[in-house]
Design a binder for this molecule. Structure first.
Ligand code: HEC
Length: 263
């Protein structure tokens, strides 16, 4: 792992999210070129397969190497370690592809190709979970049911909206869903930005690298809220400019919750 990479090496590391797409496209293409002719009872175009294999090996190695540089820049987490391991295995498998593609017998090459495709799925998914949050892919399936539940009070025989919000907001029912919507993509166990964990009550109580983020009874002294109220172009504004922002109503809920003692 590289602790303090030179600036150009760091740039190479940050190119990882771009570089990784080459093997991601090339491996399925290889699959089509190798197995397509088998289905159609044609001869495999060995020249094309070899060319694609060389490209996959080069870009696969570049993706793995840049990932390693990038990973060295960040604090390790379980997710990162898993992604690194699968990524490294995938890079190694890609490097072997041209060697086996050169052989006359197709068996070993086909096994290797299927193996690489098999490793590509978890490696890619783990990587995506690091950048977008662990539950990014399947989140719409959960939120669908929560929005359905949230829409329920609009039914004629339900409580009028005015009744909602009269009681002090509570952490689990009111605050946590807001944090999960706009904060936990960066403040989660895999990506503890500012050393602040917002996925659990304990994390919130522990605070961030600069200490407590909630001062019970004092919303205007609580960075959890004040950072959101800073102008959007302020360096300390949360969530950072360009990311999903809380609504005025959500900020009001946070304010009420802190004012009422943050329980
Ligand atoms: C896109 C990523 C991202 C999102 C989304 C995000 N944050 Fe942050 N947050 C950061 C980073 C990076 C830092 C550390 C740098 C800094 O202090 O500005 C940080 C730091 C903080 C801190 C300071 C912790 C300390 O002790 O220094 C607070 C408080 C905070 N965030 C609250 C929030 C809240 C509340 C939300 C949701 C409304 C949120 N953040 C959403 C990236 C994010």
């Amino acid at each position: 792992m590289i602790a303090d990479p030179s600036p150009w090496l760091a740039v190479f590391g940050r190119a990882h999210p771009v570089l990784l797409h080459a093997p991601l496209g090339l491996l399925p293409a290889l699959f089509v070129f190798e197995f397509g002719p088998v289905l159609l009872r044609r001869e495999v175009a060995r020249g094309s397969v070899l060319t694609l294999s060389v490209l996959t090996a080069l870009t696969g190695a570049a993706a793995a190497a840049s990932g390693f540089v990038l990973g060295g820049e960040q604090d390790g987490s379980e997710l990162l370690t898993q992604h690194k391991t699968t990524g490294l295995v995938l890079g190694g498998l890609c490097l072997l592809l041209p060697l086996l593609a050169l052989r006359h017998g197709r068996g070993p090459f086909r096994v290797l190709l299927l193996l690489a495709l098999g490793v590509m799925v978890p490696a890619g998914h783990l990587g995506g979970s690091i950048t977008h949050g662990r539950d990014f892919l399947f989140e719409p399936l959960h939120t669908k049911s929560t929005t359905a539940a949230a829409a329920a009070p609009a039914q004629p025989n339900a409580l009028p909206p005015a009744a909602v919000g009269t009681a002090a907001p509570t952490f689990v029912t009111d605050v946590l869903p807001i944090l999960e919507r706009v904060c936990t993509s960066c403040h989660n166990p895999d990506k503890v930005k500012g050393e602040l964990l917002l996925t659990t009550r304990e994390g919130l109580d522990r605070g961030g690298e600069n200490g407590a983020v909630v001062v019970p009874g004092k919303p205007d002294d609580s960075p959890l809220l004040t950072r959101c109220l800073l102008p959007a172009d302020h360096d300390d504004h949360m969530p950072p400019d360009g990311k999903k922002q809380p609504t005025a109503e959500e900020l009001q809920t946070l304010r009420q919750w802190i004012a009422a003692g943050a329980r």
